[in-house]
Design a protein around this ligand. Structure first.
Ligand code: PLP
Length: 391
């Protein structure tokens, strides 16, 4: 049996051909594939605008800039996420604050956020960055309602959840990242994510003002649009109107993204199949708790549809199980070490004990292999190995 990772990309001949075609074209970066990818991605997610960028971290940074995060900003996020969700605030000089998770979902607990907001005068906090952790959609309708009370913006970190959705109080299906309740959302195309381009990211929004800012910030703060220029000296003329970055996604990678996006629905279906098999295998296992088992029926269009970036179980013998699986060539992973316990956050005054639910979750969590190209045989081997260990 070859090693089984917790996640991996799936590259087909079509993907390879798509990249080769752009390599033979006139554009390696800043070509026509970027806009095509943006249009198709926006359509897939169901939002108005999409901006392709260098990676998910760059996407977060640009969103923070576009929302005017600065030295006076305080922003709330979850400890159970990849560090980048929090770091983007610090890139802009702002302060990161955390609220604990709801242990039943692993997501930022809206009640905990509310307590934090109520503990300070209005205006103290500027924004919230909730994360669709593991692919389980945040109830953004509820977050929006609270954000409006406190005049906050929302960046949805939807890296784990392209293809996930929740149904809102009006019975409308809301895709993760569609910008109906959040101001902006971000995605990553890192190889373990649903759509893999090596490096790559996307920002989605329905706000035109933010969209215009993002386009400029992505490319050095430069614009060539005649209607935006202060002066115009001729065809060569451009203006750098704000301090921006080079956060573009190259044409050849967006070509790969387009090809991958064509298989997104297929990938989600396969992820759900894998999840159901794990659910069945472990439901009665007294040593294992499944985080967000699929009790809902996503295909009937009600409730919540999990995008299954990760399949997370919890067990009190986590380290032993992790080590055992490794000995069996199964490379399960831990998501995540709480961000506030990282040395670079402890330096700022956060410490172990600050968010006990996140820390307790971290003690027990383990992500089992979950990716569309995981075969039935491989999954069976994973299931049997886990069961052998737990019984
Ligand atoms: C992957 C990921 C990121 C960062 O994406 P990169 O493309 O690796 O920069 C941010 N947030 C979450 C939740 C992620 O999983």
């Amino acid at each position: 049996m070859k090693p089984i990772p917790y996640g991996r990309q799936h590259i087909t001949q079509e993907d390879i051909d798509a990249v080769i075609t752009t390599l033979q074209s006139d554009y390696l970066t800043q070509g026509p594939k970027i806009e095509e990818f943006e249009k198709k991605f926006a359509q897939y997610i169901g939002c108005t605008y999409a901006v392709a960028v260098a990676n998910g971290t760059a996407a977060l940074h640009l969103c923070a800039l576009a929302l005017d995060v600065n030295e006076n900003s305080r922003v709330i996020t979850t400890p159970i996420t990849f560090a980048a969700s929090a770091n983007c605030v610090r890139y802009c000089g702002g302060e990161v604050h955390f609220a604990d998770i709801d242990p039943s979902t692993g997501l930022l607990d809206i009640q905990k956020v509310r307590q934090l907001l109520e503990s300070k005068p209005k205006g103290y906090y500027q924004g919230i960055i909730p994360v669709d952790f593991a692919g389980y959609p945040v109830d953004l309708e509820a977050f929006r309602k609270m954000a409006d009370e406190y005049n906050l913006w929302i960046i949805e970190d939807a890296c784990h959840a392209p293809g996930g959705y929740f149904t809102d109080s009006k019975g409308i299906k809301q895709n993760c990242g569609n910008g109906v309740y959040a101001d902006v959302a971000i995605f990553s195309f890192h190889p373990v994510k649903h759509i893999a381009t090596g490096e790559g990211g996307m920002i989605t929004t329905n706000r035109k003002d933010i969209y215009e800012k993002l386009l400029m910030l992505r490319t050095h703060g430069i614009t060539r649009k005649p209607e935006l220029l202060h002066e115009n000296h001729g065809g060569w003329y451009y203006e750098m109107q704000t301090l921006g970055y080079n956060y573009r996604m190259p044409d050849m990678l967006t070509a790969l993204g387009i090809s991958q996006l064509d298989r997104a629905d297929e990938g989600i279906r396969r992820r759900r199949e894998i999840a159901r098999r794990y659910d069945e295998a472990f439901r009665e296992n007294s040593e294992i708790t499944i985080l967000n088992p699929s009790v809902q029926e996503p295909d009937k269009g009600v409730g919540i549809s999990h995008a299954y970036h990760l399949y997370v179980i919890q067990t009190s013998r986590r380290k032993e199980l992790y080590d055992y699986l490794r000995s069996q060539q199964i490379f399960a992973q831990v998501h995540y070490i709480p961000v506030h316990t990282m040395p670079a956050y402890q330096e700022l005054g956060w410490k172990k004990g600050d968010f006990t639910l996140s820390e307790a979750y971290y003690q027990k969590c383990l992500s089992l292999p979950m990716y569309p190209s995981l075969t039935d045989e491989e999954q069976q081997y994973v299931i049997e190995s886990v069961i052998r260990f737990t019984t």
